[in-house]
Design a protein around this ligand. Structure first.
Ligand SMILES: O=C(O)c1cc(C(=O)O)oc(=O)c1
Length: 307
């Protein structure tokens, strides 16, 4: 029995997901997923903004195998704050099949950074979504970015589209590869030709060090239909956004399930059907291979990539 009480209304991850119809390329990477606790083993952080259900490494690895992925990139979830133990434990237990993205504070020592590196961490996450984290001063983040750059790591940024103008100067002065979570959370009701999305595309076009995860249609969608009950055309309002980014920047996109899908309010998607969504955003075998294999391998397992 866990000693934590979930946030009221919390939706647990979908049990018994379907087998995807879409056949993932060999060596595909789920490049955005999390572990939650288990809370009794790896307590959630006191400063967290939500308390989730447990989602263990064994459950993540079972999902990986069921869906047909070869590897995972485990991103530190905000409910664990800067306590990376659950994520690090999962990376170490994966037998080299998982790499990690950590959250660190400026007081982390060089030796601790090296320990994270040895466990498989290759990036840090800076979060600007106000419902998830308290504000961290930009000079602190820049100092961290300078230190992790020396390890060859990158910075993952999570923000809402409306905040991009204010964050632009900070983002464009980061000294590393910069990976945007969930396409910078566009408001899909504004349409793919909106000024807001144009700014995001400009951000990527003018800065070749910026990559994007084309993930989380279930989070961004307003009209669905939801990836449930065998739906093969889920999230039609999000697909044009993701497809646009994939086609414009085929060598700088990543895809992930976002399992166990923190903070969804309306529904919990069937992860098998989420995988089927990939064909709608990366319509050719070449785009699929880049999105799911070549790009994540280059970023997270460069030592295994020849040339
Ligand atoms: O939109 C979210 O609620 C969310 C939260 C987290 C996290 O708490 O780390 O991560 C995500 O990728 C998305």
């Amino acid at each position: 029995m866990t000693s934590f009480t979930k946030t009221p209304g919390w939706l647990d991850w979908y049990a018994n997901p379907s087998k995807p119809r879409f056949k993932l390329p060999v060596g595909s990477v789920d490049a955005h997923c999390h572990v939650f606790g288990p809370g009794d083993e790896f307590p959630f952080a006191p400063e967290r903004k939500y308390t989730p259900c447990d989602a263990s490494k064994a459950q993540l690895f079972a999902l990986r195998d069921h869906l047909g992925f070869a590897r995972n990139v485990i991103v530190q979830a905000t409910c664990h704050g800067a306590d990376n133990r659950a994520m690090v434990d999962a990376c170490k237990a994966s037998g080299g099949k998982a790499r990690g993205v950590a959250t660190v504070r400026r007081d982390i020592s060089d030796a601790q950074l090296q320990e994270l590196h040895d466990a498989g961490v290759r990036g840090v996450r800076f979060n600007f979504v106000k419902r998830l984290v308290d504000f961290t001063p930009k000079d602190e983040l820049m100092e961290i970015a300078g230190r992790i750059a020396k390890l060859g790591w990158h910075v993952v940024i999570y923000f809402e589209a409306v905040d991009l103008p204010e964050l632009w100067d900070f983002f464009t002065s980061l000294p590393t590869t910069v990976v945007v979570d969930h396409m910078g959370r566009p408001d899909v009701t504004k349409g793919v030709n909106s000024e807001e999305f144009a700014l995001f595309l400009k951000f990527m076009r003018e800065h070749p060090n910026v990559w994007s995860k084309v993930s989380c249609p279930e989070r961004l969608s307003v009209t669905g239909p939801e990836a449930l009950n065998g739906e093969q055309n889920a999230y039609q309002d999000v697909a044009p956004f993701a497809r646009h980014v994939v086609e414009q920047f085929p060598d700088r996109v990543l895809w992930g399930t976002d399992w166990p899908h923190p903070n969804l309010k309306n529904h919990m998607p069937d992860d098998g059907l989420l995988v089927d969504f990939i064909e709608h955003i990366a319509p050719t075998p070449e785009l699929q291979r880049k999105l799911l294999v070549d790009n994540p391998m280059r970023l997270y397992w460069p030592e295994e990539v020849r040339g």
